[in-house]
Design a protein. Structure first.
Length: 210
């Protein structure tokens, strides 16, 4: 299990980028080692701080194996970083990772917080018909992670799973929780230290504050 590519992006103006008209979704690989800070990777900008600036969204990881699946589905090549992820990994079952699972990557310690949820910017960036629906139905969302311990990482680093919490749900299952599965959502809310964004999902899905 290793990092194939470390990707960062700069925010740019784009008419197609939703209401904000600005995006940093175009992540490109870097060859140097990168500092991992509480808010994310050094040199990686966030245009939409409201939706992507929380500590639980510090790092986004996507698996090369899922890219390979999408390439067959879409009939086009997808380079590392094309989905806007910071870490393109190989040999890691990202969607099978547990919420609360911790990874040691380089000298940084990262914790899985939840799935990526597709938005209009992602749809316009990929320029694929019905992309939000297709991405949702495929259940290959990739994982957001928070930074537990800052450090540095680079391409070629191992991804070591150092802990997996009991009673948790996978990233793929948490995607279902986000879309209304009450039982799975309650399991997430029972986890110590879960990401606060799940409280907002609980209001929408359960009608209550957890």
């Amino acid at each position: 299990m290793r990092v194939l590519s470390v990707n960062v992006g700069t925010a740019v103006d784009a008419e197609w980028a939703g209401k904000l008209k600005r995006t940093a979704i175009d992540k490109r690989p870097v060859t140097h080692r990168v500092e991992v800070r509480a808010g994310g990777l050094a040199g990686d900008e966030r245009a939409d701080r409201e939706h992507h600036g929380a500590p639980g969204h510090a790092v986004y990881a996507y698996a090369r194996e899922d890219y390979d699946w999408w390439e067959a589905e879409l009939g086009r090549e997808l380079r590392d970083g094309r989905f806007g992820e910071n870490l393109t990994v190989s040999g890691v079952d990202v969607n099978g990772a547990l919420i609360g699972e911790r990874w040691r990557v380089g000298t940084a310690l990262l914790e899985v917080t939840g799935p990526r949820v597709p938005c209009v910017v992602f749809r316009n960036w990929l320029d694929e018909p019905a992309w939000v629906r297709r991405f949702t139905e495929a259940r290959r969302p990739g994982a957001y992670l928070r930074v537990v311990e800052p450090g540095e990482l680079g391409a070629g680093d191992a991804v070591d799973v150092v802990s997996r919490p009991g009673g948790s749900v996978t990233v793929a299952e948490s995607f279902l929780a986000y879309h209304g599965d009450e039982e799975l959502l309650r399991r997430i809310l029972a986890l110590p230290g879960y990401d606060p964004r799940w409280d907002r999902v609980a209001v929408r899905v359960l009608g209550v504050v957890s």
